[in-house]
Design a protein around this ligand. Structure first.
Ligand SMILES: [Zn+2]
Length: 110
C-alpha cells in the first residue's frame, strides 16, 4: 500500500503545481528489481486514490529494465547475482531500482 500512497500523494502535489483540475491518467515507471506486482499496485492505487481528485483515474505502469553484467567478462544476467557464474568476477547492476512518477495527464477539453 505504501507505494500506492506515495504515488497518490506525489501525483496530487504535481497536479497542484501544474494547476490541473481533472486528471485522466498517471504514468509511473518502476524498476523491475523492486519486484512490484502491477495488478496489486493498480488495486492499491484505486483504494489509495479513492476520495481524492485522482479517484477513477487510470494508473499506467512502465518497467525500467535492469542492466546486470559481469565487470570482467561482460556476461549479462537476467537476475542480480553477487559473482559471475562463468568467471567469478564482480557483477554490476545498472538501473532497475528506480520508482518514478513519470507523467500526469489532464483530461482533454476541460
Ligand atoms: Zn564474468
Amino acid at each position: 500500500m505504501s507505494f500506492a500512497m506515495a504515488i497518490v500523494e506525489n501525483a496530487l502535489k504535481m497536479a497542484e503545481e501544474k494547476n490541473l483540475k481533472r486528471i485522466e491518467s498517471i504514468t509511473v515507471k518502476i524498476g523491475e528489481l523492486l519486484l512490484i506486482n502491477p495488478e496489486q499496485l493498480k488495486f492499491c492505487y484505486q483504494a489509495a486514490s479513492s476520495g481524492t481528485m485522482l479517484e477513477g483515474t487510470e494508473l499506467k505502469i512502465e518497467f525500467e529494465r535492469a542492466e546486470i553484467s559481469c565487470v570482467s567478462c561482460g556476461k549479462k544476467f537476467k537476475t542480480p547475482i553477487y559473482l559471475c557464474d562463468s568467471c567469478g568476477g564482480f557483477v554490476s547492476v545498472q538501473g532497475g531500482k528506480n520508482f518514478v512518477l513519470k507523467k500526469i495527464e489532464a483530461r482533454n477539453g476541460i
